[in-house]
Design a protein around this ligand. Structure first.
Ligand code: PLP
Length: 396
């Protein structure tokens, strides 16, 4: 099929839940993507914060291929070594204690919410507990994850969602405290709000939440699906703050394109018992091999160190850019997750950058989001700006 045919057939057969850009992507190499007509794009999207290791990493590909020839799936009635290995590496990297593998971020959130409800049910012997979530958060599209997503646009058509969810303001401890009742069993928060506009939490806020949860026996859930796995310059964002949650959710870069997520619990929050939760595919040997190899490559490729170094460079460059243009009203970010907030919608900037060979995405209407592969170099940042700046000069 040529490009036009792929797009036409896509519109004909795929449910129209996305307004897709007119690009058919074909292959990738390092920090570059290539479309079906051979055009090259510098990628500052990484499949929405997924492809940390860059495209076509041979060692990663070989590990997956070897597992395909060995055993792809066997069900959770049995043990398999790749997933046990991946779980051990996740535990060692995170400081958490137990892992449940899922197939996506949203399913990791489902598991975290069920963990909190189960914990409180065991403790109190009654149900009807409440969970506090944040305004402008994003936790996924399943009904449970959507229930804790503080965005009316996503929620409204699907109401009523699960009951007992109360919303507070991010980075405002007093607003969280105001929502605590004797029924509260969990507080869920992204250490860096991603889809909501790239808002890093303050250390004071996360430490305050930890103290509040300890005082009231509430489980603290950190959603690290977008901001975890090295993106902020530590393996998990919570480690930047020196605050460990009771439950942590991960996905995206954990599989670097292979669909795998997880929720991780400390000993106290390991409340789910045999029969409480399950998934046919979750943690099968194929995704286990992928996650295990990703975690190895993070070490051997010094991913976290690279994020610290290149993240500081990107931060400095975006700060300078924000100072130069009046229509850039804010710059926020940490490591290799950044947002530039404009006083106008950023759709045209994204489309124009794309025409010139740069892939960027938004977070909300007015925010340009930078979540590149974690292997990028300072030269890649310069190359990105060499495309973006002329676009801004023309459009702002
Ligand atoms: N939580 C956060 C913070 C996310 O950014 C996302 C996806 O963007 C999700 C949850 C949902 O993950 P998934 O799309 O893999 O279901």
């Amino acid at each position: 099929m040529n490009k036009q045919e792929v797009m036409e057939q896509g519109e004909k057969y795929l449910l129209h839940t996305y307004n897709r850009y007119p690009l058919v992507l074909d292959h990738g190499e390092g920090v570059y993507l290539y479309d079906s007509e051979g055009k090259k794009y510098l990628d500052f999207c990484a499949g929405i914060a997924v492809f940390a290791l860059g495209y076509n990493n041979k060692e990663f590909n070989e590990a997956i291929k070897a597992q395909v020839d060995r055993l792809i799936h066997c069900s959770n009635y049995f043990y398999n070594e790749p997933s046990v290995e991946a779980a051990r590496k996740l535990v060692e990297a995170s400081g958490m204690q137990k892992v449940f593998f899922t197939n996506s971020g949203t399913e990791s959130i489902e598991g975290a919410l069920k963990t909190a409800l189960r914990y409180a049910y065991d403790r109190d012997g009654w149900n009807g507990h409440e969970i506090i979530a944040m305004n402008h958060s994003f936790h996924g599209r399943s009904l449970g994850a959507l229930s804790v997503t503080g965005n009316a646009h996503y929620q409204d058509p699907f109401k009523p969602l699960i009951s007992g969810i109360r919303f507070a303001d991010f980075n405002d401890l007093e607003s969280v405290k105001a929502q605590v009742t004797e029924k509260t069993c969990a507080i869920i928060v992204e250490p860096v709000q991603g889809e909501g506009g790239i808002y890093p939490a303050t250390e004071e806020f996360l430490r305050g939440l930890r103290a509040l949860c300890d005082e009231k026996d509430i489980l603290l859930i950190f959603d690290e699906i977008q901001c975890g796995m090295g993106r902020t310059g530590t393996m998990f964002a919570c480690q930047r703050y020196g605050v460990l949650p009771d439950v942590m959710t991960v996905a995206k870069a954990l599989g670097c394109g292979v669909p795998v997520g997880a929720f991780l619990c400390n000993e106290k929050a390991s409340a789910l018992k045999p029969g409480d939760h399950g998934t046919t595919y979750g943690g099968n040997p194929l995704v286990g091999a992928a996650a295990s190899k990703v975690l190895d490559l993070y070490q051997s490729m010094h991913i976290v160190e690279n994020v610290q170094k290149v993240g500081a460079y990107l931060d400095q460059k975006l700060t300078a850019l924000a100072e130069k243009y009046e229509k850039i009203v804010a710059h926020r970010g940490v490591g290799l997750i950044h947002g530039l907030e404009f006083s106008i919608p950023v759709g045209d900037i994204i489309v124009e950058a794309q025409k010139r060979g740069l892939i960027l995405i938004n977070a909300g209407t007015n925010i340009l989001r930078f979540v590149p592969p974690l292997i990028i170099t300072e030269q890649d940042v310069d190359d990105m700006l060499a495309i973006l700046e002329p676009v801004l000069q023309e459009l702002l």
